[in-house]
Design a protein around this ligand. Structure first.
Ligand code: ATP
Ligand code: MG
Length: 464
């Protein structure tokens, strides 16, 4: 993308309504525009990051064997009357009446609707296990929408639902989700710690929230600092292997880590004093096992092996896709702007032309742009007729992990400058070597997506 043809409305002033750094930076970097309290337009660069996060979520769901689909944002109230949640959900639910006086609602979550789909089409235990998910806009009329996309009213969420014959199988689905979520967040450059939590209006006994530690987080958390040393990394996981998924779940949940709702001061006191931590965290996901809470009242049964009908065991699993955009910025920024992790960056590398209009510099930039694009990367070429300082400030603000600076002086000795946004370190290289190095840096990220179906890969990665 050439900056002169893009739409990147960066702000010079710091918007006064934004209380936390991610909200400020998203507004300043021209990623979002507020349309009403807690409701945002996603401007092109914000949209791009949102779609990159979404693509990683899809890829890791596919890897775990979960099936994508799409349910509508609007739902009939009657489904929620069946589960008794229509009244219980309270003022957070946005209720709408259509022209025929039918009660509708803008879905805050989809347990009822997915249970309805299941009971309409699945009759036998032989069709289990089954996990369906979608990524769709949700609406919760939050009492205090704030912090930009972190606590919106309209927000984008992945929600998945598992259907299993037995509790044992459903617990495997729980563990499988836990493992796949760990991998999902790590690919976004985040450490999200699973913490024992409270199930809230979803219900059920087993639930973990995934928390990113950050001072601005809305949750109070208590944990053993040793938990922050564990990483999933790129270990091979067989998502059908019950024992392996359970072992990973146990490894990540053995140490004390809880939100304030389930905090147990006595158990916390058992942790060696130097490892006791209380801090703030941002909830970026949650998994639930709730057994037959919905399948029983809604009649979602299958014919079991003995021919008798049995209600299925279910769980639901959510990732806050739009909240993650803010959470990643909270975890990765400095005083000059955003520092995108390579896995989610809107553009892989910025090209800064120090002397726009100089034939040699323009040509070198075009060649670099061509070579990077040909290798499947998306460079953002700052081809504006602006002074260097302004170009650097924009690049620092929007936070691309790598920058290639091209100027007539360097080109005279055959070099350009490759700079890391994170460390600020620069290195002089030939233009070819700089392109090679950037391609090399992103190779592992591209390999992660390789198992993903070619069609889907194309549609998610290249049309934006
Ligand atoms: P919270 O406690 O923050 O209100 P929740 O526990 O009610 O969230 P879940 O039902 O677990 O939310 O939804 C799954 C995920 O969706 C959450 O982990 C969070 O990342 C995201 N999410 C929930 N509410 C919002 C919101 N108002 N704005 C943005 N993301 C949200
Ligand atoms: Mg939650």
């Amino acid at each position: 993308m050439r900056l002169t043809r893009y739409f990147l409305p960066v702000l010079k002033e710091t918007p006064s309504e934004a209380q936390i750094v991610s909200h400020r930076l998203m507004l300043r970097a021209g990623m979002i525009k507020q349309q009403a309290a807690g409701i945002y337009s996603w401007l092109p660069m914000g949209f791009k990051v949102l779609k990159r996060i979404e693509a990683i979520v899809h890829e890791e769901q596919a890897r775990a064997g979960h099936i994508p689909m799409l349910m509508p944002t609007l739902q009939p109230a009657d489904l929620w009357r069946e589960s008794d949640r229509y009244d219980a959900y309270g003022p957070e639910m946005l209720r709408i009446r259509d022209r025929h006086e039918r009660d509708m609602l803008y879905g805050p979550t989809n347990e009822e609707m997915i249970t309805d789909i299941f009971r309409s089409h699945v009759a036998s235990y032989k069709d289990l296990p089954l996990t369906l998910y979608h990524i769709q806009w949700k609406f919760r009329d939050e009492i205090r929408p704030r912090f930009g996309v972190m606590r919106g009213r309209e927000f984008y969420m992945k929600d998945g639902y598992n259907f299993d014959l037995t509790r044992e199988d459903a617990l495997h689905a729980y563990n499988r989700h836990l493992v796949s979520y760990l991998r999902t967040y790590e690919r976004m450059g985040l450490q999200a710690i699973p913490m024992r939590a409270d199930s809230g209006p979803i219900g059920g006994d087993d639930t973990h929230e995934f928390l990113v530690l950050a001072e601005t987080g809305e949750s109070e958390v208590f944990y053993d600092s040793a938990v922050t040393d564990i990483r999933l990394g790129d270990r091979e996981i067989d998502y059908d292997d019950h024992a392996q998924c359970r072992a990973v779940m146990e490894e990540f949940t053995a140490l004390y880590a809880r939100t304030d709702e389930t905090h147990d001061a006595e158990a916390f006191a058992q942790i060696p004093a130097e490892r006791q931590r209380s801090a703030r965290g941002i909830e970026v996901g949650q998994i639930f096992y709730f057994g037959t809470k919905y399948s029983e009242p809604m009649g979602a049964t299958v014919q079991g092996p003995d021919g008798k009908p049995v209600p299925v065991h279910m769980g639901s699993h959510g990732i806050g896709v739009s909240r993650l955009v803010g959470a990643i910025i909270e975890a990765s920024h400095d005083e000059r702007g955003i520092v995108w992790p390579e896995g989610v960056t809107p553009f892989h590398v910025g090209i800064v032309n120090l002397k726009q209009g100089d034939a040699g510099t323009d040509r070198a930039c075009e060649e670099l742009y061509g070579a990077l694009t040909k290798a499947g990367l998306e460079p953002l070429y700052d081809d504006r007729d602006e002074r260097a300082g302004g170009k650097f400030a924009t690049m620092d603000l929007i936070g691309l992990p790598w920058r290639i600076t091209v100027g007539p002086r360097g080109l005279k000795s055959g070099v350009v400058e490759l700079t890391s946004r994170r460390t600020g370190e620069s290195e002089e290289l030939s233009p070819e070597a700089a392109a090679e190095k950037v391609i090399e840096i992103y190779a592992p990220h591209h390999r992660q997506a390789e198992h993903w179906e070619p069609m889907a890969k194309r549609s998610f990665h290249t049309w934006l």
